[in-house]
Ligand binder design. Sequence first.
Ligand SMILES: Nc1ncnc2c1ncn2[C@@H]1O[C@H](COP(=O)(O)OP(=O)(O)OP(=O)(O)O)[C@@H](O)[C@H]1O
Length: 266
Amino acid sequence: MRRDRTFDFMVKAKDLKLDVSHGPILYIEDLNVSFDGFKAIDHLNFYVDAGELRCVIGANGAGKTTMMDIITGKTRPDSGSVYFGQRIDLLRLSEPEIAEIGIGRKFQKPTVFEHHTVFENLELAMAADKRVFSTLLARLTGAQRDRIDEVLGMIGLAEHAKREAGALSHGQKQWLEIGMLLMQDPLLLLVDEPVAGMTHQEMDRTAELLVSLQGKHSVVVVEHDMDFVRSIARRVTVLHQGSVLAEGSMDQVQNDPRVVEVYLGE
Ligand SMILES: Nc1ncnc2c1ncn2[C@@H]1O[C@H](COP(=O)(O)OP(=O)(O)OP(=O)(O)O)[C@@H](O)[C@H]1O
């Protein structure tokens, strides 16, 4: 895929300018990584358009987590390229720098601050330096309050703003954590198995939330629950043995004989 190869040497991560004028916000090309000789990612090509909501499925060990780890700088590949927009080479950036330029990640297990209220959790997420929490409380501007209220509405927790996060249900904690990521206004949001352990009602609500994020944010969701994937996905990527086996609508991939054989037919 065409990409302008301009390198921003000497520029601080936060000053890098995202360029999505060609469409994709994420370019992964010919990516490879091995662990002790085992190819976890094998000549992987993967593109996500700006504003897109993409689902990634694949059997255990297909390489989904490893791909997310490479995007966020946690794992370094052996070869290949990973670009954020056309110009930002993610392989040159550290994990904190990647977060700073607008890539947020939600892990499977919620990690909210249980002894703080929902509101305070969102407030804390706004601070780049988590140690400033005690001083931040007194200094919220009107715009910051408005942003917290807006996110509370998006995640459906406005009525729970004053509750301790530890008292929330599992699903509500997951939404709060997505809200905490939203406080950083990420351009790309990576979400790992968001509905594991949720009730059906919570799953429906999570689907609505993720669908509402597309457009303003690009979202990549890794999920095993096929009904959930069907309920949100516009485009689905099936990973198998570290590369893309199939890509398309849920109907297309579900009817692909190779997919049926290696994954859905299990
Ligand atoms: N740090 C590591 N060291 C050694 N092997 C690893 C490491 N990380 C991943 N692997 C292996 O690489 C393969 C791909 O793992 P990965 O976690 O990316 O798959 P996955 O698609 O996320 O699977 P799951 O659905 O189970 O989370 C697996 O066989 C895993 O055991």
